[in-house]
Ligand binder design. Structure first.
Ligand code: ARG
Length: 292
């Protein structure tokens, strides 16, 4: 009896973890005392000790994976400061400082600016409303920039000038996914080059969080992107952090977990359910510090 020819299974490419340096903020003052996104309900109780314990697991995991984590001191009265992704956008040793949309977070901006200066980064003080890496993601050479709820379209021009890079503006349309990092994640900044193709970042996104025009742009620029289901999007599955191999995701994003494995990534689950009460997840608690 002959064995039927089997089609060679398409092999997932080998992935390598890249070293990362992150900025985090221990959620010592975490609570939900105001509402600036649909996830926040001040009437629901929060548990600060639980938030700290969950956050600690993420912090410990980054160190275990060999990454470096810097800490900024949490300020009393700023319960959202744990979401350091909004504290700036950093490329080549230069930090573009945020200008928060809501007064409740405005006081965080000078604290982040001061931290960057003390740590030796150049700072760019913005004129336009922007919420840092919550809305700006570096995808290879280009900056993907979200607007619709927080950062303005004018900030897209400003961030492009600050770094001398192309900016692709994307319109967010679902209030639950009010920052770009809740709807799109960068998995690996430079795949494709090894096959002689153009250097192109590998990304994953939630299609319905974007308007038609932005979806068309994403399809054209990132034809190999992972499209995440509404179910996985709704549990903040896309609010994840990748080092090019290990992708830290929410344990509820089970479909995304499978998609990542099929592509050769190593998803690791960390539960930040308490921080989700403030409308943030893994990526929100993580700001990448890119050195000069
Ligand atoms: N409560 C915070 C806010 O609404 C959550 C920020 C989440 N950060 C993020 N990068 N998506 O501003």
């Amino acid at each position: 009896m002959t064995t039927p020819e089997t089609a060679t299974a398409t092999e997932a490419p080998a992935r390598t973890a890249q070293h990362r340096r992150y900025l985090m903020c221990r959620p010592e003052h975490f609570t939900v005392s105001y509402t600036i996104n649909p996830w926040m309900e001040p009437a629901n109780p929060t548990d600060t000790a639980k938030a700290v314990a969950q956050w600690q697991k993420l912090y410990d995991l980054y160190l275990e994976l060999g990454h470096e984590v810097e800490l900024i001191d949490p300020l009393p009265g700023y319960p959202d400061m744990v979401y350091t992704a909004n504290g700036g956008f950093v490329i080549d040793g230069r930090a573009y400082v945020p200008k928060f949309r809501f007064v409740e977070r405005a006081g965080e901006a000078p604290a982040f600016a001061e931290w960057f200066r003390a740590a030796g980064f150049d700072t760019v003080i913005p004129e336009e409303v922007n919420e840092g890496e919550g809305d700006f993601l570096l995808a290879g050479d280009v900056i993907l920039a979200g607007t619709g709820f927080r950062s303005t379209g004018d900030s897209h021009r400003e961030v492009g000038e600050a770094f001398g890079r192309e900016v692709i503006s994307l319109n967010l349309v679902d209030p639950r996914f009010y920052h770009l990092d809740t709807a799109l994640t960068i998995l690996d900044p430079v795949v494709g080059a090894e096959n002689g193709g153009p250097e192109r970042a590998n990304i994953a996104y939630l299609p319905h969080a974007f308007d038609d025009a932005s979806r068309a742009i994403l399809e054209e620029r990132f034809p190999e992107a992972i499209l995440v289901s509404d179910e996985d999007g709704a549990v903040f599955g896309l609010n994840s952090a990748s080092d090019g191999y290990n992708v830290i995701i929410s344990p509820r994003a089970t479909g995304f977990d499978k998609q990542l494995r099929e592509r050769g990534y190593n998803p690791i689950m960390i539960d930040l359910s308490e921080l989700l009460l403030g409308g943030g997840g893994i990526k929100c608690c993580t700001l990448e510090l890119r050195a000069a």
